[in-house]
Design a protein around this ligand. Structure first.
Ligand code: NAI
Length: 397
């Protein structure tokens, strides 16, 4: 037992501390929504890669608590030690495990580098010994780097425009000041490296290994998450290095789909999701400001969703068993459809040139962005007394 008082220590898009009780409260809120938003049964075994935060955590919660799945989860997180808090993702998983155990549900997590050979082997062993064949695999990794197990080389991903420098406005998350940013264009290696990290090579590696291990159930389905967004973010996102990686990921979906149809009558899809506050998206220049304006608009007209609402809708409308997902012309599921509605995009586009440091809090939901960012780390959750010391060393039961 080791308790500590924990306060947020935020540096830009990083928060160096996290609060176990707050993360647990955040998970319980999502579990309640998932239970209310799903039939409670229908899915068998699922494998969630990148299961401890953001869309992957929402996928773990939705499949287990909304659709009755048994889940093997993979994430890269750090437990608390002494008075040093662990990572938010650790505490998120700890609460998922605790609730699952209390309700007699099977959830197991492998903590380590999903890009590596040994973690894939560990997952195969766990599936063979304790789960059996899987019905659904969600691939939801967001990482700044990846060591390719085939070569031993480490690749770093970048968020750069391609072809020309990008100059635009962004909000400085430390000072809350709107300022101009100029980002120099990628060199060819940046594109290759970003594809290596955030493209689909590793997703293909997992699925191919699971086919070879005969661990996919007939009709198996897999989904990975992508983003497109509006023209105002294209230079830095869709047309930039990360967009190239997403296009690679979309190519992987098509390659995997062909293989899976042959192997087990299965499918691989991309789901294009909404821009949402997560640890990964907060690090992208321009995106926090875009999200602040988008949230203001979507909250005002009642079309706003958070991560959990997005994934509940994804599984309800597209990925529930015996459902065929609705696909766009490029075979992608589009749960970014509400974000991309004409009325929402027109409103954001008209606010974009007006925003200044002075009017930021009035014309955008920057306050909501900051609040949600803190909740990712377990801060500012209702019902949590932050003046009390909390247990730091929380196990994954
Ligand atoms: P996140 O930062 O909230 O979560 C990332 C997850 O990946 C965590 O569970 C983390 O433990 C895990 N992870 C990272 N490196 C790992 C490694 N080496 N081994 C094992 N686990 C590792 O990220 P977020 O935003 O949920 O992103 C997930 C996917 O959704 C990404 O592909 C992202 O591009 C996509 N997406 C995100 C959007 C957003 O606005 N946040 C919008 C649309 C798509």
């Amino acid at each position: 037992m080791s308790t500590a008082l924990i306060n947020p220590r935020i540096r830009g898009f990083l928060c160096l501390t996290s609060h176990p009780a707050g993360c647990a409260a955040n998970v319980r809120r999502q579990v309640d929504l998932a239970k209310a938003g799903g039939p409670g049964k229908g899915l068998g075994n699922v494998l969630i890669i990148g299961s401890s935060a953001g869309f992957g955590l929402a996928s773990l919660i939705t499949t287990v608590f909304g659709h009755g799945a048994k889940a093997l989860s993979v994430a890269f997180e750090r437990p608390g030690q002494g008075d040093k808090p662990g990572s938010a993702g650790w505490y998120n998983l700890a609460e998922v495990h605790r609730l699952a155990k209390a309700e007699g549900r099977q959830v197991e997590s492998i903590i380590g580098d999903a890009f590596s050979g040994p973690i894939l082997e560990q997952a195969i062993t766990a599936l063979r010994e304790r789960f059996g064949k899987i019905d659904t695999l969600v691939y939801s990794l967001a990482s700044p780097k990846r060591t390719d197990p085939a070569t031993g080389l480490t690749h770093g991903s970048t968020l750069k425009p391609i072809g020309a420098p990008y100059t635009g406005q962004t909000v400085d998350l430390d000072t809350d000041v709107i300022k101009a940013v100029t980002i120099q264009p990628a060199v060819p290696e940046d594109i290759i490296n970003t594809e290596k990290v955030m493209g689909g090579e590793d997703w293909e590696r997992w699925v191919e290994a699971l086919i070879a291990a005969d661990l996919l159930a007939p009709g198996f389905r897999t989904v990975a998450y992508s983003y497109i967004g509006p023209a105002m973010t294209h230079a830095i996102y869709r047309d930039g290095t990360i967009g190239r990686a997403k296009m690679h990921l979309e190519g992987s979906a098509n390659r995997l789909d062909q293989k899976l149809q042959k192997a087990v009558g299965g499918h691989a899809w991309i789901s294009v999701n909404k821009a949402l506050v997560t640890q990964a998206s907060s690090a992208i220049p321009v995106v926090p400001l875009y999200i602040s304006l988008l949230y203001k608009t979507m909250k005002a007209n009642g079309s706003h969703e958070g991560t959990i609402e997005q994934i509940i809708r994804l599984f309800r409308d597209h990925l529930a068993p015996n459902h065929s997902p609705v696909l766009d012309a490029n075979r992608r599921i589009r749960v970014d459809d509400w974000e991309m509605r004409e009325e929402n995009q027109a409103a954001v586009a008209s606010l974009w040139p007006q925003v200044t440091t002075e009017n930021l809090l009035d014309i955008s939901d920057y306050a909501g962005f900051k609040h949600e960012f803190r909740t990712l780390f377990g801060f500012e959750l209702d019902g949590v007394d932050y003046n009390l010391p909390v247990e730091v060393e929380v196990p994954l039961v």
